[in-house]
Design a protein around this ligand. Structure first.
Ligand code: ZN
Length: 79
């Protein structure tokens, strides 16, 4: 498999944090994806896409206050 962006063939499975937005919040979801080691392009399997869709639906419950998540830090705006 070659990277469609930079044509490198150095593509390896890595654990990355996918960022999902829930309202103003960002939720990090650890997933395993193929990542181009040259340019960082990520390649999602159909299975992973499906998993992320499920997590997104689950996160909608958070907006209704039904899901407890661990808070890692805050996103702050300087102006
Ligand atoms: Zn690449």
């Amino acid at each position: 498999m070659k990277c469609i962006v930079c044509h490198s063939d150095d593509i390896q499975t890595r654990e990355v944090y996918e960022e999902l937005k829930v309202g103003q919040d960002i939720v990090y979801v650890p997933i395993h994806v193929l990542v181009c080691q040259s340019c960082g392009e990520r390649y999602y399997s159909r299975q992973t896409m499906h998993f992320l869709e499920e997590v997104e639906q689950e996160l909608q419950k958070k907006r209704e206050g039904k899901l407890e998540l661990q808070e890692l830090g805050k996103v702050l705006l300087y102006r």
